[in-house]
Design a protein around this ligand. Structure first.
Ligand code: FNR
Length: 419
């Protein structure tokens, strides 16, 4: 078991099979039948169904699953269902402007594509597909530490707004190197994820024998055999490696690196350490994974530019609050000192509207973009973003809001009048 770590213990790493090699290629185009199916999808739920059909069960569960009993995972979505909109009528809503401010710059939409490691297992060089769609829609893209594509390769290929998400490893010099690479490659912002001092307990991954490196069990063979298109596509373009993890182990072997990532999160990382990162990173700093208002207050006080109210999509601590429920207290603790973003369970344009109404300055999407990616590569991601755009536009028009800045809590039914 030395080198064989389940993803639930290894955070977001997924099985690395080949050793790292430099890879200059773009994300491959999709097949026409996958593209057509994605185009027919009316909502994110249908993209998720396509993802479930195309991916081997182990890979689908890796993206879809959460920690332990998945109470927090389910509650992230349920919290949106608990809120009711309060529309205004007789407003001229012939046009709705979705442009908004994200980190002080205009963005085409009030959301960004958040960091998700292992996208390369969903689609070859999936990170590139995600980033391209983000750039085409004029929204930021956050590259995960455990992406298939490296910081530099991403910058060469995509001329959009790029953020780097970094975990903190015991090998502090490796973390520092990642940060310096992001600076050299002109990334706009650094996200430090703070809800993963240790890996979450993702039981679906154990059940599916999903581990790093990949385990060749009878279960996995049967699973793969039942998904020949995914196997063919993955083998054709090569199993993903972890572009950012070169230098992580002395041997520079991506498989070893990926397997040891989970054992090397630095559980001792604390406020002082974050303060040092704040001092050494001259650009925008985002801290992701906060639900407590006192933590948010302290972060705002130390000059962090944005705070992401997040529980890692219910993949870390199970039993914590839904992010939408945590948002109002975080917002009132932070005030205008820092931007407040939210992620977790966003599957509808109306979810984005509700988050903005409760005080979020913007939203990050996680699984929503991965379901699209799994369904049909970049075409599927494009479809996911288009669905959110269309739904948000319609929600704004039906509620009587014509710009993102107008959306506030007056568009929500006050809690005391809800049932
Ligand atoms: C994640 N997430 C994540 N977060 C992070 O900071 N670094 C990472 O590498 C990853 N990797 C990752 C992989 C996969 C497969 C998932 C589903 C999620 C968490 C992610 O950024 C975000 O917080 C959640 O996905 C938000 O919840 P929803 O939108 O997926 O419900």
């Amino acid at each position: 078991m030395q080198n064989r770590v389940h993803t639930s213990a290894s955070g977001e790493a997924a099985p690395g099979i080949r050793s790292a090699s430099s890879d200059n290629r773009a994300a491959p185009a999709t097949y026409p039948w996958l593209k057509a199916a994605a185009k027919r999808s009316r909502n994110i739920r249908s993209l998720r169904e396509l993802a479930a059909r195309r991916l081997p069960r182990g890979i689908f569960d890796f993206i879809d699953g959460g920690a332990e009993d998945e109470v927090t995972l389910a509650d992230n979505s349920a919290a949106f269902g608990r809120r009711r909109l309060l529309p205004r009528v007789l407003v001229d809503v012939a046009t709705a402007d979705l442009r908004s401010d994200i980190l002080g710059r205009q963005s085409g939409l009030p959301f960004a594509i958040g960091p998700t490691g292992g996208a390369g297992f969903v689609w070859p060089r999936g990170d590139l597909a995600l980033a391209r769609v983000a750039a085409d829609n004029d929204i930021p893209f956050a590259l995960s530490t455990t992406s298939a594509v490296s910081i530099e390769h991403m910058r060469e290929r995509v001329d959009g707004r790029l953020w780097l998400q970094s975990y903190i490893f015991r090998q502090r010099d490796f973390t520092q190197k990642l940060i310096s690479r992001a600076l050299a490659a002109d990334y706009e912002a650094l996200i430090i994820t703070v809800d993963l001092p240790v890996g979450g307990n993702r039981e679906r991954d154990y059940k599916n024998d999903f581990s790093v490196p990949f385990k060749y069990t009878p279960r996995n063979f049967i699973d793969f055999a039942a998904h020949p298109e995914w196997v063919f596509t993955t083998l054709r373009y090569g199993f993903p490696t972890f572009g950012n993890l070169r230098d992580f182990t002395p041997s520079n072997d991506a498989t070893r690196a990926a397997s040891s990532v989970g054992r090397n999160y630095d559980a001792s990382f604390n406020w002082d350490d974050l303060g040092r990162i704040r001092d050494s990173w001259p650009r925008k700093l985002i801290v992701k994974g906060v639900v407590h208002p006192e933590d948010a207050d302290r972060l705002a006080g130390m000059g962090v530019d944005a705070i992401v109210v997040s529980n890692h999509g219910g993949r870390q601590l199970d039993g914590g609050p839904a992010t939408l429920d945590a948002l109002p207290r975080v917002k009132s603790a932070v005030g205008d000192r820092a931007a407040v973003y939210l992620d977790g369970g966003v599957r509808r344009g109306s979810d984005i509207f509700k988050a903005l109404a409760l005080g979020a300055d913007a939203v990050l999407i996680g699984r929503t973009s991965l379901y699209g990616l799994a369904a049909a590569g970049a075409s599927g991601v494009e479809r996911a973003v288009a669905i959110l755009r269309e739904e948000l536009t319609r929600t704004m028009q039906l509620c009587g809001a014509t710009s993102i800045a107008q959306i506030d809590q007056r568009f929500l039914m006050p809690a005391q009048h809800q049932r």
